[in-house]
Design a protein around this ligand. Structure first.
Ligand SMILES: [Fe+2]
Length: 292
């Protein structure tokens, strides 16, 4: 049985999937193939009715982690305290192992962009994001907060450092975790011409608390992080490399667009798990919430 060290106090949870409405019933019947669930925070904030029932059932049956898309940590507009209040209520209700969002901005000056836009890799942006991460952490000091490396399709002329240098300094100075999206590293490495393995090797292993695995679409001259297709073999190879370098990390299969039947999702999760087990060996499954 593999040794599973904690990262920022967070345990290795194994291999999980997102809780999506079409799978609300099936995922509970497939609990033996799902080690943990990731909840999209905005889908369940102040939930009532059926979402509320499903949320409580999920929190009882699985270890849970929260993942958001609307924090807009990189925006120049002050953090939205109404949003943070709702996030606090969700954290208190679900007691997640950690919560996360993206290194990006998705709104500014009252405008919602409905996209995750990259921050420039500059000293000024770094200081700004570190300060805002600390504000978020101050509200939930006992639960690790992670930022995810996003995919991006433009590079700023103002950049003063590489993406990897920015990420390393950010998570170190802000004392937060990293949600490393392996597919995003692959997508960015192809679109922006860098070495994906060297990027991963540059990251501080102890701060990588969770991985994302996902599919993307190849448009020929650019590849797009759609989360709407199976994981391709080179991304699975990059995942193996990641686990070889940093050990077992809780890994979540993301599939947001063109959501397939649950069985397809579970088969993908099984394939990612098999690749991980090849590298790190068998692992103890986490206990359901009800038994902790
Ligand atoms: Fe992701």
């Amino acid at each position: 049985m593999t040794d599973t060290p904690k990262r920022l106090g967070a345990p290795f949870l194994g291999y999980g999937v997102g809780l999506r409405r079409p799978h609300w019933d099936g995922v509970f019947e497939a609990a033996d193939r799902v080690d943990f669930l990731e909840i999209l925070s905005e889908n369940f904030m102040d939930a009532g009715g059926e979402p509320s029932v499903v949320l409580d059932r999920a929190a009882e049956a699985f270890p849970l982690v929260l993942h958001g898309t609307a924090l807009s940590i990189g925006s120049v507009t002050p953090l939205d305290t109404d949003y943070l209040d709702a996030l606090d209520r969700l954290v208190e209700r679900t007691r997640p192992l950690w919560f996360s969002d993206h290194l990006c901005f998705s709104s500014a000056f009252g405008v919602e962009y409905h996209d995750l836009l990259p921050v420039p890799f500059t000293r000024e942006a770094l200081d700004h994001v570190v300060d805002r991460v600390r504000q978020v952490q101050a509200r939930q000091p006992n639960i690790p907060f992670l930022l995810e490396n996003p995919s991006y399709y433009v590079e700023y002329g103002a950049n003063e450092m590489s993406e990897a240098e920015f990420l390393v300094e950010l998570v170190t100075r802000a004392d937060c975790g990293l949600l490393l999206d392996v597919n995003n590293v692959y997508v960015n490495s192809v679109n922006h011409g860098y070495d994906a393995r060297a990027f991963i090797d540059a990251l501080p292993a102890e701060r990588v608390v969770q991985l994302h695995m996902a599919g993307h679409d190849d448009l020929g001259d650019v590849i797009i992080d759609t989360h709407g297709a199976p994981v391709i073999p080179p991304v699975l190879d990059l995942f193996r490399h990641t686990v070889e370098r940093i050990g077992p990390v809780s890994t979540l299969l993301e599939w947001d667009n063109a959501l397939p039947p649950l069985e397809t999702l579970l088969a993908q999760n099984d394939a990612v798990r098999a690749a991980g087990v090849e590298v790190h060996g068998p692992y103890p499954r986490p206990e359901p919430r009800g038994q902790r």
